[in-house]
Design a protein around this ligand. Structure first.
Ligand code: ATP
Ligand code: MG
Length: 292
């Protein structure tokens, strides 16, 4: 049975796609796992990171993407297989022995938002009340994503900013959610909000759940030395489980966004950020019971 990991925060630009792709590489290479990334964002950033622009355009032309998969399941559930929409052997890193890691991708699609509207329209037919249609829509997504369990050991879902039906479904399906945040004066609001959705309870009720029993962990990303960052991290850590590893703001993290045609080692891909990624991988592997 695959482990489903969602990377989510309602807030934009906090590093969801960066962390999703970094963890995909780390678990595929260092834990030797079969990893699949599902790109749930119409911006398709993690798809572009793992495929590069040209391959991503090719994938769109062939309808190899999450929107096509979800839409086709609407009209022909029996025949629609997730395997036919995903791409194997993605990314530009190699294992220590020089092999391609087992990393696959269900690419994002620019049509993902339109497709979600279409899904709501479909489930709203016959004057179904809106909330009921939304629930059916989220269930459609959850069931569709759950078929990834046969394709990988670890399924990483890169959520879009905001709280779409697809994100709700991913948060429901996930065994665990990593919530990256940038330490600033407004980050606590977003973390508080998503914690209530993940746990399905009010903020006060969530506070009564022990930190190590919650289904999510926060990750401080883009941490800068000095300044007020520590204060904001401590403020969130008071109310929420927090990973010890922090990802500093550094050019080598930003540069890993680039897809290069010539595959390289993890050290070459992540440069000075490699020890941080290693620490993050090791900490999460222990927390989630992932053994190499
Ligand atoms: N630790 C870091 N150091 C330097 N740059 C970073 C770091 N983390 C993320 N970035 C940069 O910040 C930008 C936003 O990151 P990213 O796209 O991963 O965020 P996101 O949460 O997925 O955004 P969105 O909400 O739009 O999906 C990118 O340009 C990325 O390269
Ligand atoms: Mg993103």
């Amino acid at each position: 049975m695959a482990l489903f990991l969602a990377i989510s925060n309602r807030k934009g630009g906090v590093g969801k796609s960066t962390i999703s792709t970094m963890l995909s590489y780390a678990f595929a290479v260092w834990s030797n796992k079969k990893v699949m990334l599902i790109d749930l964002d119409a911006q398709s950033n993690s798809s572009l990171i793992l495929l590069g622009g040209e391959q991503w355009i090719e994938a769109q032309k062939k309808s190899l993407n999450v929107a096509a998969y979800i839409e086709d399941r609407l009209y022909s559930i029996e025949q629609t297989k997730i395997k036919e929409y995903m791409i194997e052997g993605v990314g530009d890193v190699l294992t220590d022995s020089g092999a391609k890691p087992s990393l696959s991708l269900l690419p994002g699609s620019l049509n993902f938002e339109d497709m979600q509207d279409e899904l709501i329209t479909f489930y709203s037919r016959n004057q179904t009340p809106y909330q009921q249609a939304r629930n059916k829509c989220a269930e459609h997504f959850r069931a569709a994503f759950s078929f990834a369990r046969r394709q990988a050991d670890i399924v990483i879902m890169d959520c879009a900013p905001g709280l779409s039906n697809a994100t709700h479904a991913a948060l429901k399906l996930a065994n665990h959610v990593v919530v990256p945040f940038r330490p600033d004066a407004v980050s606590a609001f977003a973390v508080n909000r998503i914690s209530t959705i993940i746990e399905g309870q009010s903020f006060d009720a969530v506070q009564n759940i022990a930190h190590d029993e919650r289904r999510y962990t926060c990750l401080a990303n883009y941490v800068r030395p000095g300044g007020r960052d520590t204060i904001y991290v401590d403020e969130i850590a008071h109310d929420h489980p927090m990973l010890t590893t922090q990802v500093p703001a550094m050019p080598d993290v930003a540069d890993a966004f680039d897809f290069l045609l010539e595959p390289m080692s993890m050290d070459d891909k992540f440069g000075a950020a490699t020890p941080t990624l290693r620490a993050l991988h090791d900490e999460l592997a222990i927390k989630l019971g992932i053994t190499a």
